[in-house]
Design a protein. Structure first.
Length: 94
Protein backbone atom coordinates (compact mmCIF):
# COMPACT_ATOMS: atom_id res chain seq x y z
CA UNK A 1 0.00 0.00 0.00
CA UNK A 2 2.90 2.30 0.69
CA UNK A 3 4.10 1.90 -2.91
CA UNK A 4 0.71 2.96 -4.25
CA UNK A 5 0.85 6.15 -2.19
CA UNK A 6 4.33 6.92 -3.50
CA UNK A 7 3.22 6.29 -7.10
CA UNK A 8 0.14 8.44 -6.61
CA UNK A 9 2.25 11.29 -5.23
CA UNK A 10 4.71 10.99 -8.12
CA UNK A 11 1.88 11.09 -10.65
CA UNK A 12 0.39 14.11 -8.90
CA UNK A 13 3.69 16.01 -8.99
CA UNK A 14 4.33 15.14 -12.63
CA UNK A 15 0.86 16.22 -13.69
CA UNK A 16 1.08 19.46 -11.73
CA UNK A 17 4.49 20.16 -13.25
CA UNK A 18 3.10 19.55 -16.73
CA UNK A 19 0.16 21.83 -16.01
CA UNK A 20 2.57 24.56 -14.96
CA UNK A 21 4.47 24.38 -18.26
CA UNK A 22 1.69 25.93 -20.28
CA UNK A 23 2.40 29.54 -21.15
CA UNK A 24 0.47 32.05 -19.13
CA UNK A 25 -0.91 35.29 -20.51
CA UNK A 26 0.88 38.13 -18.79
CA UNK A 27 0.44 41.85 -19.15
CA UNK A 28 3.53 43.65 -20.36
CA UNK A 29 4.62 47.07 -19.25
CA UNK A 30 6.01 49.70 -21.62
CA UNK A 31 9.58 48.93 -20.50
CA UNK A 32 9.13 45.24 -21.25
CA UNK A 33 7.50 45.99 -24.60
CA UNK A 34 10.48 48.05 -25.74
CA UNK A 35 12.91 45.16 -25.14
CA UNK A 36 13.46 43.07 -28.22
CA UNK A 37 12.69 39.43 -27.67
CA UNK A 38 15.16 36.91 -29.03
CA UNK A 39 13.38 33.85 -30.37
CA UNK A 40 14.56 30.54 -29.01
CA UNK A 41 15.99 28.21 -31.63
CA UNK A 42 13.74 25.39 -32.78
CA UNK A 43 14.64 21.87 -31.79
CA UNK A 44 15.47 20.25 -35.10
CA UNK A 45 15.46 16.66 -33.87
CA UNK A 46 11.92 16.94 -32.50
CA UNK A 47 10.72 18.52 -35.75
CA UNK A 48 12.31 15.77 -37.83
CA UNK A 49 10.84 13.04 -35.62
CA UNK A 50 7.44 14.72 -35.78
CA UNK A 51 7.58 15.00 -39.58
CA UNK A 52 8.58 11.37 -40.03
CA UNK A 53 5.98 10.17 -37.53
CA UNK A 54 8.69 8.58 -35.41
CA UNK A 55 7.87 10.71 -32.38
CA UNK A 56 5.02 8.31 -31.68
CA UNK A 57 7.48 5.42 -31.60
CA UNK A 58 9.61 7.30 -29.07
CA UNK A 59 6.58 8.06 -26.91
CA UNK A 60 5.39 4.45 -27.14
CA UNK A 61 8.79 3.10 -26.09
CA UNK A 62 9.01 5.53 -23.17
CA UNK A 63 5.50 4.63 -22.00
CA UNK A 64 6.26 0.91 -22.33
CA UNK A 65 9.39 1.26 -20.20
CA UNK A 66 7.54 3.36 -17.61
CA UNK A 67 4.63 0.92 -17.39
CA UNK A 68 7.05 -2.00 -17.16
CA UNK A 69 8.91 -0.35 -14.29
CA UNK A 70 5.66 0.35 -12.44
CA UNK A 71 4.48 -3.25 -12.88
CA UNK A 72 7.85 -4.52 -11.67
CA UNK A 73 7.73 -2.28 -8.59
CA UNK A 74 4.21 -3.43 -7.74
CA UNK A 75 5.13 -7.10 -8.05
CA UNK A 76 8.30 -6.54 -6.01
CA UNK A 77 6.28 -4.77 -3.32
CA UNK A 78 3.88 -7.70 -3.13
CA UNK A 79 6.72 -10.22 -2.83
CA UNK A 80 8.39 -8.21 -0.07
CA UNK A 81 5.06 -7.90 1.72
CA UNK A 82 4.56 -11.68 1.61
CA UNK A 83 8.09 -12.27 2.94
CA UNK A 84 7.56 -9.76 5.76
CA UNK A 85 4.28 -11.42 6.70
CA UNK A 86 5.90 -14.88 6.60
CA UNK A 87 8.81 -13.68 8.76
CA UNK A 88 6.42 -12.09 11.24
CA UNK A 89 4.36 -15.29 11.44
CA UNK A 90 7.52 -17.39 11.96
CA UNK A 91 8.66 -15.12 14.79
CA UNK A 92 5.26 -15.28 16.50
CA UNK A 93 5.13 -19.10 16.25
CA UNK A 94 8.54 -19.56 17.86
Amino acid sequence: MKLFRILALCCFFVLSALAGLQPAQAQTTEAEASVTVVAQPEVEMADILRQDGKIYVVVAVLLTVLVGMIIYLISLDRKVGKLEKQLKDDLVNQ
